[in-house]
Design a protein around this ligand. Structure first.
Ligand SMILES: Nc1ncnc2c1ncn2[C@@H]1O[C@H](COP(=O)(O)OP(=O)(O)OP(=O)(O)O)[C@@H](O)[C@H]1O
Ligand SMILES: [Mg+2]
Length: 398
């Protein structure tokens, strides 16, 4: 077709531009340029209210003036299964605010908007518009069009934001209350007691450090989230990073009586990454293994090649401990902010419950993921999966 068209456009006579243009007009249904301006197009008669309502991607219902259902689409049936064509909508809908809105729209001829909340089968929020549709040349609305805008995702985000602020302020309030208590005691009854002062100062320092760490973690999280769409592009070799993390945590390991063993089972594990963020992520995994799995006396870190779910080669770093492990019901929630299996234990260890959330965000930004396996009683294994850096293309002579 394109070959013919091109040769025709260039040629004269039988295959000339005039003939081509005429054929194109016929195909596209265009009028000749000389014909009078056409009337605004009218939809073909088979485009009924039902077809149009059926084509809308959001729940939509058309009602007649008596409030009977003229047409409804599948999303509308899904949220109001009792609605039937030809039957009054008011009985099936049974939401007083909605019934009111329909009545007001029918009597005033003006669009009404209401927000409704449904508890069953799931919590859902909708903004419903009831729009009277007046036919061309008519005086009254013959039809009421109801459309439902699902506000549930917005409400969920709002709930998460409120939960997050409640959690963060609670985490800050606890050490702050402790600090204020100690300050009061030091100003009052223990003013002259040097031994008590020394003891309190140690506790106060720990509480203040916890608050500083919490704020630090929150800032890191928001910075990583802010850059979530920017994939790091610096080639980074994983083995030296993991060794650096393990060396840095030797003191903690000694304190807990744990031996860290690093095994590098691959020549090169180069990824495109942000070095500081990766260090932070591995630090949290190894620190968790040392803090919560200390009973096992050993932490194994293994670096190796593995396969992605789609069978491509990837870098894997597994951090395994032999402590009490984690019950299966907790596994899916571990990377949520502030989620802790044992809040008292985590707080006692200076934890804020943000570590694994940070790991997850760091890995997401790197196009990687975290998998967790655990059998209670035998320990836990956290594996970081990262895409390998693409091989640098060799230069070719042209
Ligand atoms: N290796 C592990 N063994 C047993 N439980 C673990 C292990 N790693 C994490 N957990 C559990 O998961 C929870 C969440 O870990 P996460 O690293 O997110 O927070 P945290 O260690 O409590 O605080 P932070 O990392 O901010 O210091 C921990 O409180 C702990 O209950
Ligand atoms: Mg942690």
């Amino acid at each position: 077709m394109s070959e013919d068209g091109q040769s025709g456009a260039r040629g004269n006579g039988q295959n000339g531009p005039g003939r081509l243009r005429a054929a194109w007009r016929a195909l596209a249904g265009h009028q000749p340029a000389s014909s009078p301006p056409s009337q605004p197009p009218t939809p073909p008669s088979e485009f009924s209210v039902e077809t149009l309502i059926g084509a809308l991607p959001i729940p939509a219902i058309a009602l007649d003036r008596q409030g009977r259902v003229l047409a409804l689409n599948a999303p509308a049936s899904a949220i109001a299964p009792a609605l039937r064509r030809g039957e009054p909508a008011l009985i099936a809908l049974r939401v007083p605010e909605l019934v009111d809105a329909i009545r007001r729209a029918a009597s005033s001829g003006e669009r009404q908007q209401v927000e409704i909340f449904e508890r069953v089968p799931l919590d859902r929020w909708f903004e419903v518009s009831v729009t009277p549709v007046v036919p061309a040349g008519g005086a009254h609305a013959d039809l009421l069009l109801m459309t439902f805008n699902d506000l549930t995702p917005l409400h969920r985000v709002e709930e998460m934001r409120a939960d997050f602020i409640a959690n963060a302020s609670h985490e800050l309030r606890t050490p702050l209350a402790a600090l204020l208590g100690f300050i009061e005691t030091l100003q009052g009854p223990a003013r002259e007691d040097t031994a008590v002062r020394e003891k309190f100062l140690v506790i106060m320092q720990a509480q203040a450090s916890r608050m500083a760490r919490l704020i630090d973690d929150l800032l890191s999280l928001s910075r990583i989230e802010l850059n979530a769409h920017l994939r790091p592009d610096t080639p980074v070799e994983l083995a030296p990073i993991v060794r650096q993390v393990a060396d840095g945590l030797q003191m903690l390991a000694r304190d807990r009586g744990v031996e860290i063993k690093v095994t590098v089972a691959a020549n090169s594990l180069e990824v495109l990454g942000d070095r500081d963020e990766l260090i932070r992520a591995f630090e949290n995994l190894v620190e968790n293994a040392l803090k919560y799995g200390a009973g096992g006396k050993r932490v194994d870190i293994v670096l190796r090649h593995g396969e992605t779910l789609s069978g491509e080669l990837e870098a894997q770093v597994e951090v395994r401990d032999y402590g009490p492990g984690i019950a299966p019901e907790h596994l899916p929630r571990l990377t949520e902010r502030f989620y802790r299996v044992d809040v008292v234990d985590s707080r006692a260890q200076g934890g804020t419950g943000l570590g694994l959330a940070l790991v997850k965000h760091v890995l997401n930004r790197h196009g990687g993921r975290l998998t967790i396996e655990s059998t209670p009683g035998t320990g836990a294994s956290f594996t970081v999966h990262l895409p390998l850096a693409p091989a640098i293309p060799c230069k070719r002579e042209i």
